[in-house]
Write a protein that binds this ligand. Structure first.
Ligand code: ADP
Ligand code: MG
Length: 704
């Protein structure tokens, strides 16, 4: 790698983007394809053939030998199957490189082993991947050589969504339709599309690969299952935004370069709160592209770490007692001509529209708080949500002091007469206050915060796809907009009707607004009093997917059918049960083969020392005796907890699959795991470090 990176030159150099298409495709073909991309017009096979041919020629120039339909099944990671471009050898033994429109548009991976939650019986293994031409294809370079990756959606033979992308695209349509209706009411006749824009800030940990190799828990589960706190944790706040170490800087530089080549606009990088924790944020993009880019980014973060002798941990809570990793999903709604519906505007009219959009979103989030919470449910995230350093598992909205003040005046007096100081924004309606554009002290503890011109949803886990939460955000916003438009379109006096509606929504959904400290224990009690749902575990959250309220919402906007929702709930339960089973078995393995033998060795050393020292004469051996005693007591506790964990883990597969098994895992197995961890972590503090069979937290996070 050279020292100098010419960013403008390399940016997007491996992407079949608009400028490449414009340059390489015949004019007519380019125009047709653009229509498909921008207006969703169907693509003819003739056009697809030409596009496929040019795409292949371009990819081969970039060094690609294979192509792959790249998709996001419900496993949480991306999937791909590679095909070489070669055709069958000709008589002279030579091959041609070919790629047809049909191959571009449609793929048929053997889908039987992807989770479908009963949607597709295994004997009906068919699933189709179809090209999502709104997200550009790219050539990825790795040990396998160059591969042309074609972003696709993945559906069953009968059209049910088996992936993350299909519902995301459907939800984008839903919110587009309703948001357009809304802005038309305010006199906008020019915008053609409203698209959710998302910027996903990605947190991760970096640790040394040699040390990682000595931790079976990290290898099998992505998180540490044992580990005592080091003398120093994150309490000094000296890591957050601290100077980035050289080894990490070199890593980040290469991550950026790889991201840029694939058109991922990696922009902000910094050290996070916990030692060894970092963050990378791209510039926001249309949500389906942002979702693809986030997957690409996670893969790059992992791949480059390997090259630098490190491992990148994307688990939500790799280390108990230290900050977990999340993904802050910054979400806004933007028109094709650049108007952000969440931006308080410059004219009075725009400000009224802004207040309506804002209160619609309050209504949406209050009505569907359970669904939004569910969208961030993930096995690893259970350890992060509700912890003392992460957003709690209760959904609330942070608006900032001034916006909240505006809403409160509206609610209490029906008219707002004053506004807190600042640069004024005029609303132009007498009964509404002029309010200022503010980015007040941004509340870091809120799970859903308004940050000036976007909402930041902070619950999503670091490993998770951002698709689920955006499907929910888009659809619940669509529903609120629809209800508002239904009312406003029928109203005789538009101005009065808007005013009443804003007041009504602000009043009815005020309970969801919370500007205080979301980490404070009092908040939990207060939230309960307000009737807000508190769903601390993934298992508690999953039922939100299949309530009548959810089915009605998603079916009415054609985002999910009831069957699709039920299958997703099934898959979530399955994933939970499997993950806990793996973690429990890993704990048993480590305790049996590594920890108990190490403690026995240490107690033997102590016993030998006691005998040897005593043989010398009348010397005090009380220290050794005391240590031996403590270790032996904890060893016994460990053994008992181990037996209990083995017993309950052994029964997992006897419990009926689905919800029942997930509940059993959560109620019984996870508790037994916690009970085993306690004595082991105490032992780690007593046993000679030389004899402890794995690197400690301190070794892992301070010695990268
Ligand atoms: P923070 O202070 O939380 O790090 P930043 O200003 O760095 O906030 O932005 C974080 C993310 O939000 C970035 O990915 C950025 O591109 C994205 N973002 C900024 N404006 C918008 C917007 N209008 N809509 C969606 N995302 C946005
Ligand atoms: Mg940030």
């Amino acid at each position: 790698m050279s020292d100098y990176i010419n960013v403008t030159e390399i940016f997007g150099c491996d992407v079949f983007n608009d400028s490449v298409m414009q340059e390489r495709l015949p004019k007519k073909v380019y125009k047709e394809l653009k229509k498909t991309i921008e207006e969703g017009k169907e693509l003819s096979m003739e056009i697809a053939d030409v596009v496929a041919h040019e795409m292949k020629e371009w990819a081969i120039e970039k060094g690609a030998t294979h192509y792959s339909h790249w998709f996001q099944p419900l496993t949480g990671v991306t999937a791909e199957k590679h095909d070489a471009f070669i055709t069958a050898p000709m008589e002279n033994g030579k091959v041609l490189m070919s790629f047809s429109g049909k191959e571009l548009i449609k793929g048929e991976p053997d889908a039987s082993s992807f989770p479908s939650g009963g949607l597709r019986a295994t004997f009906e293994a068919r699933g189709y991947t179809t090209w999502d031409c709104t997200s550009p294809a790219f050539v990825r370079h790795d040990a396998a050589g160059g591969t042309l990756c074609i972003p696709t959606a993945f559906c069953s033979y009968t059209g049910e969504a088996l992936d993350q992308k299909t519902p995301l695209l459907r939800s984008m349509e839903a919110v587009n339709t309703q948001a357009l209706r809304l802005i038309r009411l305010f006199g906008n006749t020019t915008s053609k599309r409203v698209t959710p824009s998302v910027g996903a800030e990605q947190e991760y940990f970096l640790i040394d690969k040699e040390k990682w190799l000595q931790r079976k828990d990290l290898i099998y589960t992505g998180r540490t299952l044992f580990g005592a706190m080091p003398p120093k944790g994150q309490e000094m706040d000296d890591h957050y935004l601290g100077t980035i170490r050289q080894r990490v800087s070199a890593y980040m530089r290469e991550v950026n370069e790889e991201c840029w080549k694939l058109g991922v606009s990696a922009k902000t990088q910094h050290n996070e709160v916990a030692p060894a924790q970092h963050e990378l944020a791209p510039i926001y993009a249309p949500v389906n592209i942002a979702a693809d880019h986030n997957q690409i980014m996670m893969r790059i973060l992992k791949k480059v770490a390997s090259r630098h002798g490190m491992r990148c941990l994307l688990h939500e809570k790799p280390f108990a007692g230290l900050n977990g990793s999340g993904k802050h999903n910054n979400w806004s709604l933007t028109t094709d001509d650049g108007i952000n519906l969440l931006d308080p505007g410059k004219t009075p009219h725009e400000n009224i529209q802004f207040l309506l959009v804002l209160t619609c979103i309050l209504k949406a989030v209050d009505t569907h708080a359970d669904l939004l919470r569910e969208s961030a449910a993930d096995v690893g995230n259970d350890h992060r949500l509700g912890g003392n350093e992460a957003p709690p598992a209760i959904i609330s909205v942070f608006l900032g002091e001034q916006l909240e003040d505006v809403l409160e005046q509206l609610i209490s007096t029906g008219t707002a007469t004053h506004s807190k100081k600042g640069s004024m924004l005029e609303t132009g309606v007498k009964t509404l206050p002029d309010f200022m554009k503010d980015a007040t002290d941004r509340n870091r503890t809120s799970p859903f915060a308004f940050t000036g011109n976007k909402f930041e949803f902070r619950m999503v886990g670091a490993r998770d796809s951002i698709s689920s939460c955006n499907v929910v955000l888009n659809t619940i916003a669509a529903q609120a907009f629809k209800e508002a438009c239904d009312r406003l379109e029928a109203a005789p006096d538009f101005d009065m009707a808007v005013h009443d509606l804003i007041k009504e929504y602000a009043t009815e959904h005020q309970r969801i607004v919370f500007n205080g400290n979301g980490y404070a224990p009092e908040w939990e009690a207060e939230a309960k009093r307000r009737g807000l749902p508190n769903l601390p575990s993934m298992v508690d959250a999953i039922p939100a997917l299949t309530t009548e309220k959810a089915v009605e919402l998603f079916e009415s906007f054609h985002v999910f059918t009831r069957a699709e929702l039920e299958s997703r709930a099934e898959i979530q339960y399955e994933i939970y049960g499997k993950a806990v089973n793996i973690e429990a078995k890993t704990m048993i393995d480590i305790a049996t083969k590594q920890i108990i033998p190490a403690v026995i060795r240490y107690t033997t050393v102590l016993a030998d020392s006691i005998n040897t020292v005593r043989a010398v004469g009348n010397v005090d051996v009380s220290v050794q005796l005391d240590l031996l005693n403590q270790c032996s007591v904890l060893l016994k506790e460990t053994d008992e907890a181990m037996n209990r964990l083995s017993e309950v883990t052994g029964r997992i597969l006897n419990v009926p699959e689905g919800r029942e098994r997930a509940v059993y895992c959560r109620e019984t197995v996870v508790k037994a795991m916690e009970a085993l961890r306690r004595p082991v972590d105490e032992l780690e503090m007593l046993v000679d470090k030389e004899m402890w069979p794995m690197p400690s937290y301190g070794d892992l996070i301070f010695e990268v």
